[in-house]
Write a protein that binds this ligand. Structure first.
Ligand SMILES: Cc1cc2nc3c(=O)[nH]c(=O)nc-3n(C[C@H](O)[C@H](O)[C@H](O)COP(=O)(O)OP(=O)(O)OC[C@H]3O[C@@H](n4cnc5c(N)ncnc54)[C@H](O)[C@@H]3O)c2cc1C
Length: 523
């Protein structure tokens, strides 16, 4: 198995408990995945921790205490380490070991795995728990190497504290990571210049200490709470119901009142106010305009506010959950540069050049995201039947069946990748679902005397068509997002995650299993 983030940790626990011999190979020197790598100021989860956490162990979910509504990166990393210790996972995890190659040996019906330090393993099954967002994207800016100060990527942040005091900081990128760190860097830096390509919708987190009464209420029936969440499209958020009517069927006053109520509650609750926000462009515009109104009210300079107002549908790119983001642009030491009009031309030794002007900087922060979903897999020399390379298989887009398997790559399971509801759910919910399904599938193969399971090309083609067809019924194709691969030059523009909702997806996976793994060839 590859990767020791939340996916790999639970996979190890579950598959070991199923009686399998499991070995986890992890490139980093620690468990924790996302929460080991992303240490930038303000890094925290954007789904409440009582929901973004494991449900598989009742004692774990009862005993673990989150200190805040939205846990910070250090607390999430402590949680991952606690899970590794509590379930005695470390003895089967090999750290500092990057999987560089995995080839399917057809004669022996097994995978031959190699690491970057020349070690090798043989495995009947491979679970790729390598993360949807684990391959940082660094744009190929001219002159980047000649920059004289430190260049820090949000996803490869130093482990020692970074002192921004007295510095002129340039920051590129206003997605979730940028939005989380900008207010904190602005408080310390002498100047902060933010380079924005696409304005972000950000909703207040309303973070704070976890309310003990709410915690007690949820923990009194945690299993019931989790079950209700699994019936939600996103796998979380069951405490609030959407309005029974579509957005435009209610009066303007009622609509604004509900938007305001959700704004005050904070987080993703705004997107769940009405059922049609992500499926009807006109309904979406009502919600989007509500947020633009907030931006205009918060940001004092109308020209800056206008630049901060997004024009794409809300939720089309991942909604950012912030603390003081828009207000930061009222500070005298913060400048917003709109690079959609004046793209970054090059990085100079002491600054960033855009629109023919050099903006001085002695520290450069890249909050430029990830080669999402496919990046971690295509960087491995991964070859299936007939030596077919995953890069060739996925040249036109990431073909898969149920998001979990790839035709021509027998006994290989991919977690929270393209074709599953992955990034549209609380990812830990998706991870638990995938791994439970995989464990059952491996058990079925053993019980039926089969050695291999492989998606059929037909099932795969139909699944990918279905993922695209569902996306067409939503607002998601109406902007350039990492869901589409649009942030990576040359990447095929294919909608990757499944937008059909977690309950329907889980039911489909269960039906496939009930039907004796319909759509798969087993031998
Ligand atoms: C800043 C940030 C905030 C996020 N916030 C949320 C959130 O609020 N809610 C949410 O649901 N999701 C969020 N996510 C998504 C997050 O990635 C998942 O929630 C979850 O942590 C994924 O767990 P994972 O185990 O699948 O992958 P990861 O945590 O990414 O772990 C993958 C592991 O695989 C290792 N690996 C990769 N390639 C190889 C290789 N070739 N060989 C060996 N090891 C390898 C990596 O080193 C890493 O440790 C966030 C992501 C980021 C980056």
């Amino acid at each position: 198995m590859t990767g020791a983030g939340f996916g790999g940790l639970y996979a190890l626990h579950k598959l070991r408990a199923s009686g399998l011999a499991v070995r986890v190979l992890e490139a980093a020197p620690s468990v924790g995945g996302t929460w080991w790598a992303n240490r930038y100021p303000g890094a925290r989860v954007d789904i409440q921790s009582l929901e973004y956490s494991y449900s598989f162990s009742e004692p774990l979910q009862q005993q673990w205490r989150w200190s805040e509504r939205y846990a910070s990166q250090p607390e999430l990393l402590r949680y991952a380490n606690h899970v590794a210790d509590r379930f005695e996972l470390r003895r089967d995890i090999v750290l500092n070991t990057r999987v560089s190659a995995a080839h399917f040996d057809e004669a022996a019906a097994c995978w031959r795995v190699r690491s970057d330090v020349g070690r090798s393993w043989r495995a009947r099954f491979i679970v790729m728990a390598i993360g949807p967002l684990s391959t940082p994207n660094t744009p190929a800016f001219d002159g980047l190497d000649a920059f004289t100060g430190p260049v820090l990527h949000s996803a490869a942040w130093p482990h020692e504290p970074v002192d921004f005091g007295g510095r002129d900081v340039a920051l590129v990128g206003t997605g979730s990571s940028g939005v989380q760190m900008i207010p904190l860097i602005a408080e310390q830096a002498r100047t902060l210049t933010v380079f924005q390509r696409t304005a972000a919708y950000a909703v207040p987190a309303r973070n704070g200490p976890l309310d003990p009464e709410r915690e007690a209420r949820i923990k009194a029936d945690y299993a019931g709470f989790r079950a209700r969440n699994r019936r939600m499209r996103a796998g979380f958020g069951s405490e609030l119901s959407p309005h029974p009517l579509p957005t435009l069927a209610v009066t303007d006053a009622e609509r604004q009142a509900l938007f305001e109520e959700r704004w005050q509650i904070g987080g993703f609750s705004l997107l769940g106010a009405f059922v049609d926000t992500l499926t009807d462009l006109r309904a979406n515009e009502a919600c989007a305009e509500f947020v633009r109104g907030k931006i205009r009210a918060i940001v004092r300079d109308p020209a800056v506010a206008a630049r901060l107002c997004p024009t794409h549908p809300i939720g089309c790119k991942r909604l950012c959950v912030d603390t003081g983001y828009y207000d930061t642009y009222n500070r005298a030491n913060v400048t917003l540069v709109d690079v959609s009009r004046a793209p970054i031309e090059r990085i100079a030794p002491h600054g960033v050049v855009s629109g023919g002007r050099e903006h001085r900087a002695d520290l450069l922060v890249l909050a430029t995201g990830f080669d999402a979903f496919t990046g971690p897999l295509t960087r491995i020399d991964l070859r299936g039947r007939g030596g077919l390379h995953i890069r060739d298989k996925w040249r036109g887009g990431p073909l898969n069946y149920l998001g979990l398997t790839v035709a021509g790559f027998p006994n290989l399971f991919n977690l929270v990748g393209p074709g599953s509801t992955s990034a549209f759910t609380s990812v830990i919910t998706a991870i638990e679902h995938h791994i439970d399904w995989i464990a059952e599938c491996i058990g079925w193969l053993a019980a039926h005397g089969r050695q291999t399971l492989e998606a059929s090309a037909d099932a795969e083609a139909q699944w990918v068509a279905r993922v695209n067809q569902i996306a067409e019924q939503t607002v998601y194709p109406h902007c350039n997002s990492w869901y589409l691969g649009a942030n990576i030059p040359g990447k095929p523009r294919i909608f990757m995650p499944l937008a059909g909702g977690f309950p329907a997806y889980a039911e489909r996976c269960a039906a496939v299993a009930r039907d004796g793994y319909a759509g798969f060839v087993t031998r």
